[in-house]
Design a binder for this molecule. Structure first.
Ligand SMILES: NC(=O)c1ccc[n+]([C@@H]2O[C@H](COP(=O)([O-])OP(=O)(O)OC[C@H]3O[C@@H](n4cnc5c(N)ncnc54)[C@H](OP(=O)(O)O)[C@@H]3O)[C@@H](O)[C@H]2O)c1
Length: 262
């Protein structure tokens, strides 16, 4: 059987959280591959259009939306119905952290809205057009935290575990439609969020320092899209940590006990 391959070249790609971090590097990677880009950001940024056009994007359209607000996600979907999207990259994310009782409830609600509900809502809104055209890819950015349940990561880990469950379940529904999913089990990537981990967790947890650059990670995402694999797992020490958490939970708990203090 010939394996279906998704191409980025000439495709129309929507990326959320594309103004910085992993999202920006994925936008740059897609520009280099000569894609049409639709970028969801919170503040207008004409410099972003200029930069990505110079890097090879066939077109760049910016959509301003706060993904923590249901009505803004709904409005965004309404506007996007005139722009058939081939690849959706649900990347925008917020980090919560620290002892549960210390995490502000407003932060927890905003995080679940951005990390989970907007991802589900956008997928729900954009999927029918993909199924109709018999072509598409939904890329959801989860985390090693979906499997590595560190203390101080209660709410964030729950959001990312839900992204894995949602994506897996959807993949089964989409069999034979021409639309497929890719779930990113993202390891430490050196971005602003990575630096926030130190601030939010370090009081109670000694955090593993392993990370890669956002540029390198975007290249791995590109290969995973083109190869049409359902999951992108980390490599190196993050791969070892992930597999200890999944298959040797007693060892993972022991290690956490060593690193965590109230
Ligand atoms: N970095 C890591 O180590 C790591 C590890 C595992 C998973 N991940 C996941 O990878 C994804 C990207 O993370 P990153 O490291 O690139 O983080 P980042 O540098 O903090 O970027 C987060 C992006 O999400 C956007 N965003 C946040 N709240 C939003 C909202 N309410 N509406 C619209 N956009 C919003 C941000 O926009 P603003 O600039 O407007 O805030 C920014 O573009 C996230 O889903 C994260 O959970 C990251």
């Amino acid at each position: 059987m010939v394996k279906f391959k998704m191409k980025i070249h000439n495709s129309t790609v929507l990326i959320t959280g594309a103004n910085r971090g992993i999202g920006l590097e994925m936008a740059r990677m897609c520009a280099f591959e000569k894609a049409h880009l639709h970028l969801v950001i919170r503040k207008n940024d004409p410099g972003l259009v200029e930069d990505l056009t110079k890097r090879g994007a066939l077109s760049v359209t910016l959509w301003v939306a706060d993904l923590s607000l249901r009505n803004e996600v709904a409005t965004l979907i309404e506007k996007l119905c005139h722009h058939p999207i081939d690849i959706v990259i649900n990347n925008a994310g917020l980090l919560t952290g620290g002892l549960l009782e210390d995490q502000p409830l407003d932060d927890i609600y905003a995080m679940f809205h951005v990390n989970l509900l907007s991802l589900v809502h956008l997928t729900h809104g954009l999927l029918p057009s993909m199924i109709k055209r018999g072509r598409g890819k939904i890329v959801n950015n989860s985390s090693v935290s979906a499997f590595m349940h560190f203390p101080c990561a209660t709410t964030y880990a729950a959001s990312k575990a839900a992204v894995v469950a949602f994506t897996n379940s959807l993949a089964a529904e989409l069999k034979g439609t021409g639309v497929s999913t890719l779930c990113l089990i993202t390891p430490g990537v050196k971005t602003r969020m990575f630096d926030e981990i130190e601030i939010k967790y370090a009081k109670n947890l000694e955090i593993p320092a392993d990370y890669i650059s956002a540029e390198l990670y975007a290249q791995r995402v590109k290969n995973a899209i083109i190869e049409d694999v359902p999951f992108l797992y980390p490599s190196g020490p993050s791969w070892v940590g992930l597999n200890i958490a999944r298959y040797l939970p007693f060892l993972f708990k022991m290690e956490i006990g060593r690193r965590f203090h109230r």
